[in-house]
Design a protein around this ligand. Structure first.
Ligand SMILES: Nc1nc2c(ncn2[C@@H]2O[C@H](COP(=O)(O)OP(=O)(O)O)[C@@H](O)[C@H]2O)c(=O)[nH]1
Ligand SMILES: [Mg+2]
Length: 364
């Protein structure tokens, strides 16, 4: 890992105007979007805006194949992995080279997290991550999942999904972009902000109308009677719940429009992230408590000397077998489940129920 470069931000102490307290950790913004949507140019604009408004940003470039970066990256994947060498060494094409470079970089990502966590004065407010041109290099690769997880376990983390507004004026292109965004939201399970970029070329209000009102989108599709249009119409209905909680801002990387509104929405996403995490923490604490109880129950049952044959043959009803089912697992199947994770044990519980039902049917 190359040493970190000097932060571009002004070092003068100043109050945050983004609604974030300095006591909070910086918000990680994963900038994701289709090739050419303007991710890199937008990051340059955000960086300039942060600098001008004296906020502290830290930029990480994760695109190994970019030839020119218009901003000064604090950490650059190209300093660690030479994508052309990876292509040669592993006999790969350009896509394989990018993917492998990202995966190699991900193996060192703990060092990136350490650099991000280093205390600074004034503290960082934003960590902005530029991703490879082709969206799937990040969203459907092991490296993307690792990087997202590592960030999310250390910082409030969100996705800024960049949309090429002039390109999505075609209803079906709009739909494919929304489906992509939706799948990323469900895969990453972190807050998402849609950034309708290039509003200097095409205003984004039409997209907001399509999101808010199905009839307007259906009317835009009216001219098309193709199979794809019918599919888009049905998908728009399916996406209703995705749209319901969606945050979006129109921005321009060229003119700088929308920067302040974007930062406000980012602060909202950071708060949403905290909510999601506290629910998750509660859930995992509850699961741990249940696991502990279950372990104690197994010990009690083992101490009583109960065995499978003492419970199963006597079962005469489904309910009886079901109740005995966990007892059976505790006494007989404990070796396989004792160390299982929460997810693992609930899977086992399902299996147990199925087995139990099967046994019940046999008993009947
Ligand atoms: N008019 C206009 N062009 C933009 C804007 N943002 C990016 N571009 C252009 O879109 C092209 C792709 O931008 P780039 O940042 O390389 O996209 P990336 O592949 O998503 O990183 C470049 O030619 C940019 O100059 C914008 O807000 N307005
Ligand atoms: Mg780029």
């Amino acid at each position: 890992m190359e040493e970190e470069r000097s932060a571009p931000a002004d070092s003068a102490a100043c109050p945050s105007t983004s609604g974030q307290s300095h006591a909070l950790k910086p918000t990680v913004i994963l900038v994701i979007g289709m090739a050419g949507s303007g991710k890199t140019t937008l990051i340059q604009r955000i960086s300039a805006h942060l600098h001008a408004t004296r906020r502290q940003g830290y930029i990480i470039n994760m695109d190994p194949a970019v030839t020119h970066l218009p901003y000064g990256a604090n950490i650059d994947i190209r300093d660690t992995v030479k994508y052309k060498n990876v292509m040669k060494q592993y006999n790969l094409g350009p896509n394989g080279g990018i993917l492998t470079s990202c995966n190699l970089f991900a193996t060192r990502f703990d060092q990136v997290i350490q650099l991000c966590e280093k205390p600074r004065e004034p503290p960082l407010e934003y960590i902005i991550v530029d991703t490879p041109g082709q969206i799937e290099m990040f969203t459907w690769s092991a490296s993307g999942a690792i990087v997202t997880e590592l960030f999310a376990s250390s910082f409030p983390t969100m996705v800024a999904y960049v949309v090429d507004t002039p390109r999505v004026t075609v209803p079906q292109t709009f739909m494919s972009n929304m489906l992509q965004a939706c799948s990323i939201l469900y895969k990453t399970k972190i807050p998402m902000l849609l950034l309708f970029n290039k509003v200097d070329v095409a205003r984004h209000e039409f997209a907001l109308e399509w999101i808010q009102d199905f009839d307007t989108y259906a009317a835009a599709l009216e001219v098309e009677s193709s199979y794809a249009a019918t599919l888009s119409r049905s998908l728009a209905l399916v996406l209703d719940s995705f749209y319901a909680n969606l945050r979006s801002v129109g921005v321009s990387a060229v003119t700088g429009e929308g920067m302040e509104e974007m930062l406000q929405q980012i602060a909202e996403c950071a708060l949403e992230f905290q909510d999601i995490r506290s629910v998750k923490d509660k859930e995992s604490k509850e699961a741990a408590r249940q696991q502990k109880e279950m372990a104690r129950l197994k010990v009690d049952i083992a101490a009583l000397g109960l065995r499978d044959e003492q419970l199963v043959p006597g079962a005469s009803s489904r309910a009886g077998v079901g109740a005995g089912g966990s007892g059976v697992l505790g006494a007989g199947g404990a070796a396989g489940t004792g160390t299982a994770s929460v997810g693992g044990s609930s899977e086992n519980d399902d299996d147990t129920d199925e087995e139990a039902e099967g046994a019940g049917e046999e008993a009947e």
